[in-house]
Design a protein around this ligand. Structure first.
Ligand SMILES: [Ca+2]
Length: 211
């Protein structure tokens, strides 16, 4: 029987998508009950100046909102905040086999921003010293090195799948989950060659939103 396995990390940006170079200025979108939107890029002393005084019913940060999903034939309703608001989407891991050994690096937390997909040992990564979240696909762990060329002089860290036997992805959503090492990572090696290890998020849900 034909089966479609999809590992979708739906990096769904609300309203205003991050660009590849993520220097997105902070702003907020606020809505009234009629869904009229007001975009705020700086503080507002009096909402009446925007004809929005006493009218706001919803507020949305446009920075860092996303939703992700993985699994075989998983199907979920989007959270309310994403209903009819998704603006972009991308995959993590191998497009042909979501449980192949791969690692995705992202320049921002929660799998946002620039990304780099690695399939094998990489002596110098493109996101040098810029990694803030990671998705490990497949069954194997990887070693992160603070130095290029797999040199552990300035530190190393192993990251792995959330379940090695069933090869479920390991999600490292933040610099904290990477033991503070993310923004020093310069090279990666397939397999664990370091005595320091970081566990993926304790989150077995196959879909999750970060709002
Ligand atoms: Ca480094």
């Amino acid at each position: 029987m034909l089966k479609f396995d999809i590992f979708v990390v739906a990096i769904v940006c609300l309203l205003s998508c991050r660009q590849v170079e993520c220097t997105v200025p902070q702003h907020l979108d606020i809505y009234d009950r009629w869904e009229n939107k007001y975009t705020l890029e700086s503080e507002v002393n009096n909402l009446a100046d925007l004809d929005a005084d006493n009218r706001i019913t919803k507020i949305c940060s446009t920075d860092g909102a996303n939703f992700w999903l993985y699994g075989n034939s998983e199907c979920v309703d989007l959270p309310y905040a994403f209903q009819e608001r998704a603006s972009s989407l991308r995959f993590a891991g191998d497009r042909n086999d979501w449980q192949a050994n791969r690692i995705n690096l992202y320049s921002h937390q929660n799998f946002i921003g620039e990304q780099e997909l690695l399939t094998d040992d990489t002596p110098t990564i493109q996101l040098n010293d810029k990694v803030n979240s990671i998705i490990v696909s497949g069954c194997k762990s990887w070693t992160l090195y603070a130095d290029a060329n797999f040199n552990d002089g300035q530190g190393c860290l192993c990251v792995g799948p959330s379940d090695e036997s069933s090869c479920l992805p390991g999600l490292y959503t933040s610099a904290i989950s990477l033991a503070g090492m993310g923004e020093s990572v310069s090279s990666l090696r397939l397999g664990c060659y370091c005595d320091k290890e970081a566990s993926p998020e304790k989150n077995n849900r196959k879909s999750h939103s970060e709002l």
